[in-house]
Each structure stands twice: as structure tokens, then as C-alpha cells.
Design a protein around this ligand. Structure first.
Ligand code: AMP
Ligand code: FE
Ligand code: FE
Ligand code: ZN
Length: 288
């Protein structure tokens, strides 16, 4: 079994990259990918731990894409097998981080206006080396007793439409895909069902549009994916030559119903998914 979608404490997961590899080893996983939101800073530690413990590790990243989707849907693009030394990748992620920090300041200001006592310093400390996100804000609010749970922090203050919500600066589809390609990686649409199209047919059309601008593949294994999607996506991959991937989207204690490897309990990504991706990637690298 493999797990090619997970987060460390460099974004909104709770485990360090080393802990992720240790856990994968305990679970007997063959390969794992680190796909932190908008950052690759955890990758050196991740690869080092993989080397040391004898687990195949895939350097990755997960990018939020700015695009129009129905029913509050969202589009996340995974970069898998990226070269963390890619220059354009670094520059673009630095830009996103700066924008995230500015957004964090605005969220703090809004909360202060609402009478909530929280400072930017506290937030920076909570995020540590990681890229700052709303989950960090939520954690502080829980710790201070302002709300009873992370979910309540979102429901009352931080979710879209709530008083302390701030939009995030995101890359467009083409920029996200190009940045991943520039770093030598595969651009893989994460959890396609979460684009929230009412039918698979509409999702399929959208995926074919993404292919025009370079999409390499998509996830077909994801705990909450409806069967209609899994079936449709497998067929689409076969017909159109997409690469496929999948994983738990493990966040450690920050999403405690999701386990590494098995997700909500129903997930099992076979080893061949990893081997096929690796082989396709090697072929891509030798191609002119
Ligand atoms: P950010 O990147 O700062 O916008 O934070 C995004 C993260 O916040 C997601 O990965 C989720 O973990 C969490 N999140 C977003 N919306 C909600 C929500 N409505 N309820 C709970 N958690 C959420
Ligand atoms: Fe997340
Ligand atoms: Fe995602
Ligand atoms: Zn994710």
C-alpha cells in the first residue's frame, strides 16, 4: 500500500516530515508523498528520513487554484515528483507565502475588531516554520477558550462568508500547472469530486479543458470520492492516457478522523500506483 497525499507541520498537518516517514514505516507502506499546501520547505527533511528508514518518498506540493466552480467547489493541483530546487517553483511559492502573511495580518485585524484578543506574534509562533493558514488561527482560538473546537472557529469566524474570512491570493490554472512542470513534476488534479460539479460528466469536461493546458493526471483514490467518480475517472485515464494517483490527505491530529494509508478507513492505494507514476516520470525525463 502507498499514500501519495499528506501534510506535515510545514503546512496544516501536525506531524513533522520525519514523523510522517516513521509512521509510514510502522504501517508498512511502500511509498509516501509529502504534499504540503503552498510550500516545499519540509521536503529536504522528508527525503532524508525516507533514505534513512528505507521508505520511498515522493517530493510534492498542493496548490490552491483560483478558478470558477459551482457550489463552493475548489480546485487543488498536486505537483508530484517535483524538483524542490526548481527556481520558478521557489520564487512562486515565496510570493504565495508573502501574500499569506499579509492575509494573516488582515484576519488578525478583523478578529481584533470583533473583540477577539489575538496577536500576530501568537500566530507566527503557532505556525512556526510553516506557511500560515486559518487552521493555525483556529487552534489559538480553541486554546484561548474563545471557541470550543477548530470546527467552531471556522463556523463562527473563519469560514467563507464569516466575519473574519479573507480571500487567499491563488495562482490561476495555467500558472499552477506551468510552475509544476517547470520543476519537472506531474500536475495532478487532487480530489476531482471536490470541484463539486453536480455530475461526473461536467467534471470530465472540465478535466479535458485542463488537459489542454497541460494537466497530466488526477487522483482516483480518495476516501470521500463517490463511486461514480472513481469508475468514470479510471475509464477516462485509460481512454486519454492520464496518470493516476491517490492518498489519504492525512493531516495528523489536525484532522483526527483521517488515518495515514487508510483515510476514513475505506482507502487502500496499491503499490502499482506508485510504480506506474515513477516509471512514467522517468520516461518523461528521458524524452526529448
Ligand atoms: P487556508 O489555506 O488558510 O485557507 O486554510 C485552509 C484549510 O482550512 C483547509 O485545508 C482546511 O483544513 C481548513 N478549512 C477550510 N475551511 C474549513 C471549514 N469550513 N471547516 C473546517 N476547516 C476548514
Ligand atoms: Fe489542509
Ligand atoms: Fe486538497
Ligand atoms: Zn491535501
Amino acid at each position: 500500500m502507498v499514500d501519495l497525499h499528506m501534510h506535515s507541520n510545514f503546512s496544516d498537518g501536525s506531524d513533522s516530515p520525519t514523523q510522517l516517514v516513521e509512521k509510514a514505516k510502522q504501517l508498512g507502506l511502500t511509498a509516501i508523498a509529502l504534499t504540503d499546501h503552498d510550500t516545499i520547505d519540509g521536503i529536504p527533511e522528508f527525503l532524508e528520513a525516507g533514505e534513512r528508514l528505507g521508505i520511498h518518498t515522493v517530493p510534492g506540493v498542493e496548490i490552491s487554484v483560483d478558478t470558477k466552480l459551482p457550489n463552493n467547489g475548489h480546485m487543488h493541483m498536486l505537483g508530484l515528483f517535483i524538483d524542490p530546487k526548481g527556481k520558478k517553483l521557489k520564487e512562486t511559492l515565496d510570493y504565495l507565502r508573502t501574500q499569506r502573511n499579509l492575509r494573516a495580518e488582515k484576519i488578525i485585524r478583523k478578529l481584533n475588531e470583533l473583540g477577539v484578543n489575538i496577536t500576530l506574534e501568537e500566530l507566527l509562533e503557532e505556525a512556526g516554520e510553516g506557511s500560515i493558514g486559518r487552521p493555525h488561527v483556529a487552534k489559538i482560538l480553541v486554546r484561548k477558550g474563545v471557541v470550543g473546537s477548530i470546527q467552531e472557529a471556522f463556523d463562527i469566524y473563519l469560514a467563507k462568508g464569516k466575519p473574519a474570512y479573507m480571500d487567499k491570493v491563488k495562482l490561476g490554472e495555467e500558472d499552477a500547472i506551468q510552475m509544476i512542470h517547470d520543476a519537472g513534476g506531474f500536475a495532478i488534479l487532487a480530489h476531482p469530486h471536490l470541484m463539486n460539479y453536480p455530475t461526473f460528466e461536467e467534471a470530465r469536461e472540465r478535466i479535458m479543458q485542463l488537459r489542454e493546458i497541460g494537466l497530466d493526471g488526477f487522483e482516483i483514490y480518495y476516501s470521500t470520492m463517490p463511486e461514480e467518480y472513481t469508475r468514470g475517472l479510471i475509464e477516462l485515464a485509460k481512454a486519454e492516457g492520464f496518470v493516476v494517483s491517490g492518498g489519504s490527505d492525512y493531516h495528523g491530529a489536525n484532522k483526527d478522523n483521517i488515518e495515514m494509508g487508510t483515510g476514513l478507513g475505506n482507502l487502500s492505494v496499491p503499490d502499482e500506483i506508485y510504480w506506474n507514476l515513477k516509471e512514467a516520470h522517468q520516461r518523461m525525463r528521458v524524452a526529448p
